[in-house]
Design a protein around this ligand. Structure first.
Ligand code: SF4
Length: 714
């Protein structure tokens, strides 16, 4: 008997069972050391979870090793003076200092002097409590989270098209019955391998997989059709596909008339995206575009999916809108077994953006500037709605303002590592250094934690309970399998202790079940209504899809079947014009850089770089480039390369491959130090979602002098 739970990493939230005891046998185990147990924690995949059905990727198999990270934080630490080293201290010393400093800075500069930064990996309970803590205990509007760097463009585009943002349009198993799937900007064969089995089943049944990506990735190698555009040109490509669909008489006119509005304006825009022009902009040959359109239109059931490659752009919201327009013209959204979907990245990227850690939101996906929403949530929190702050700054804007005259003077950070993951990372480090107080709650000394004034050792994944909402919109149970090490507290305990010291009004339970019960009340009547979801139902039903507005409601696996949650019940076409990348190539910076993930690492790498098998499989940063480009630049396979953008320089090893365009290089972003991809990326923001343009910027490359081999963990 083990503890059924889910993987700590990505939004597929693969089911796994954790069991204790027995012999330690290679990967898939983590040995809890110290006096507490000495027990071995073993991972086994669950076959009762539809998302993975018995599969796990290498990250999931080795997840238990996180429990025994050699540098696990087990005692609070703080600096006694500005330049002093971090030293162990008691919990009372650490929490007293945080509360006293926060109070002092608020008194001096006002409530927005203290900012909060969360993460898309936090459970729903923690994300909810963190948002409440910011608004009620600190009274600050300055809260946002790293999900802004992940999902925000897809969320914004889905909201304006459908009136709601929920990752996939139905259970992930619907994909297997599709006749065609177009996947724009996602490399699921590496980022969430068990997801591929749904696409493989589709192909085995005669369906076609079409992948849009500047690289010939592992996913592309399993596809039927590859569209390989110049980075940053996806709007032109999607508009070109829609142009062809209309020109060939394949648009679903009945559906468009019955279930949508705004098609006329979009048709006018895409008229100007005739095939030859789109080929010139994107580099995608017209016959391939035509084939893609025909595969989709003749598929019967079909899906259009986007992921970060089509979303992390300064026009990311419009990019997603362009793909949604294509899906609407095909008549897919709101039809069972079809639709538009976004592949959420972080483990709780979906739930994390529903319950209040986003600068403009209150729980239940409510807007913080909506008086009715404020009144409802304030009622649950037991405070006057007038005391709730208004919308704050988006993640990059918040980080950029830290320590400035008008910006926050203190930052409390939970579950994020912006020193590695934020764009223009060198500038972010500088801003963190300008703060009066940086507090980091984490379970390992991440690159950001090492810069903190106070470090609070937090429980992780298998040591805590709560709920996560996966990429399907299915709410799942995370269950505690082992107790945290001595000296470690859960984030809920940390938030509760700080709220008490700040004399915050209302209840601050540290019990996840009680916090979830409060979350349910706060979300009731909102777009993301969890009020009918209980821990018991999740257990009995294998998860519950939101919205679920009452205990006798079955949940909503497939929203939009009858109507879209817009005022008139119709989905909206939204015109999108191609603008190209914010920073195009030129004589000084002649090559496009795009960034992404590799199989054996996850996000900023703070967790996966500490798992020996993963560190061995993907030991350090690299730049992938075409052999022809390398030959022109005098770069050799395996040689050191300087990659320079207008924001900084990274030094990494070259990896030559014919699987990438001649004009584009690729760098994964999982590592710190001189190989950090985010030293180079462009923080230009999407005007709607405030998403930075991670996916394309202009760089130049040259061979670098040899440097020592990459240090583990760096
Ligand atoms: Fe974990 Fe995602 Fe891998 Fe599944 S695909 S095992 S959820 S990292």
């Amino acid at each position: 008997m083990g503890t059924p739970t889910h993987c700590p990493y990505c939004a597929l939230q693969c089911g796994m069972t954790l069991s204790r005891g027995g012999a330690e046998t290679g990967g898939g185990t983590g040995k809890r050391g110290g006096a507490e147990t000495g027990a071995t924690v073993r991972v086994a995949p669950r076959d009762d979870v539809p998302a993975n059905r018995g599969g796990l990727c290498q990250k999931g198999w080795t997840a238990a090793e996180l429990l025994t990270a050699p540098d696990r934080l087990t005692a609070p630490m703080m600096r006694r003076s500005r330049d002093a080293p971090l030293e162990p201290c008691t919990w009372d010393e650490a929490l007293d200092r945080v509360a006293a400093e926060a109070s002092r800075l608020r008194a001096l500069h006002g409530p927005d002097a203290v900012a909060v930064f969360g993460g898309g990996g936090l459970t729903n309970e923690k994300a909810y409590q963190l948002g409440k803590f910011a608004r009620v205990a600190l009274g600050t509007s300055q809260i946002d989270y790293n999900g802004r760097f992940c999902m925000s463009s897809a969320a914004a585009a889905s909201g304006r098209a459908f009136g709601m943002d929920r990752g996939l349009p139905g259970p992930v198993t619907d994909l297997a019955a599709s006749g065609a799937v177009l996947l724009a900007g996602g490399n699921v064969a590496e980022t969430m391998p068990p997801f591929m089995r749904h696409l493989t089943e589709m192909r085995d049944g005669g369906g076609a997989l079409i992948v849009v990506d500047p690289r010939r990735t592992a996913t592309v190698r399993q596809a039927d059709l590859h569209l390989q555009p110049v980075p940053g040109t996806d709007i032109a490509l999607a508009n070109g596909l829609l142009h062809l669909l209309i020109a060939e008489g394949l648009a679903d006119e009945d559906y468009i008339a019955a279930r949508t509005t705004g098609f006329g304006a979009v048709r006018t825009v895409v008229n100007a995206y005739w095939p030859d022009r789109v080929e010139r902009i994107t580099g995608v040959p017209v016959p391939r575009m035509r084939e893609a359109v025909r595969l989709l239109a003749r598929a019967g059931r079909a899906h259009v999916l986007t992921a970060r490659g089509a979303e992390q752009h300064a026009r990311g919201t419009d990019m997603v809108s362009a793909f949604i327009n294509l899906a609407l013209a095909l008549g897919l959204p709101g039809r069972a077994g079809s639709g538009y979907g976004c592949l959420t990245g972080q483990g709780n990227g979906q739930g994390g953006r529903e319950h209040g850690q986003k600068a403009d939101q209150l729980p239940g996906y409510r807007r913080i500037d909506d008086p009715a929403a404020r009144a409802h949530v304030a009622g649950v929190w037991g405070v006057d709605p007038e005391t709730l702050p208004g919308p704050g700054s988006s993640a990059h804007e918040l980080l950029s303002a830290l320590g400035t005259a008008a910006g926050p003077k203190a930052l409390l950070l939970f579950g994020s590592n912006p020193v590695v993951s934020a764009p223009g990372a060198a500038a972010v480090e500088e801003r963190l250094g300008a703060l009066d107080l940086l507090v980091v709650a984490d379970f390992v000394p991440s690159e950001t934690a090492r810069r903190a004034d106070v470090v609070l050792p937090a429980a992780q994944w298998a040591e805590e309970s709560g709920t996560m909402t996966n990429l399907e919109g299915r709410v799942l149970r995370r269950r505690r399998a082992v107790p945290p090490p001595d000296g470690v507290r859960t984030d809920l305990e940390i938030i509760g202790a700080l709220a008490g010291r700040l004399r915050a009004p209302g209840e601050w339970s540290t019990d996840p079940a009680e916090v979830f019960a409060e979350l349910r009340r706060a979300s009731a009547g909102g777009t993301a209504d969890y009020s009918g979801i209980t821990y018991e139902r999740i257990e009995a039903e294998g998860g519950v899809f939101w919205p679920c507005p009452s205990r006798d409601h079955p949940g909503t696996p497939r929203p939009y079947l009858d109507r879209f949650p817009t005022p008139d019940g119709l989905a909206r076409f939204v015109p999108a014009e191609h603008h190209g990348a914010d920073e195009d190539v030129d004589a000084g910076y002649p090559v496009y850089l795009t960034t992404g993930r590799v199989l054996a690492q996850y996000q900023s790498g703070a967790q996966t770089r500490r798992v020996p098998a993963l560190a061995e499989a993907a030991p350090g940063p690299f730049v992938e480039l075409h052999p022809d480009l390398a030959a022109r630049l005098g770069i050799e396979d395996g040689g050191q390369v300087r990659v320079e953008s207008r924001r900084g320089t990274a030094t990494v090893r070259a990896r030559l491959t014919g699987a990438i365009r001649h004009d584009t290089v690729f760098m994964p972003f999982h590592w710190a130090g001189e190989g950090r991809a985010n030293l180079l990326t462009n923080p230009a923001l999407d005007p709607v979602s405030r998403m930075p343009e991670f996916k394309v910027c202009a760089v130049r490359l040259e061979p670098a002098a040899a440097s020592p081999p990459h240090a583990p963990g760096a």
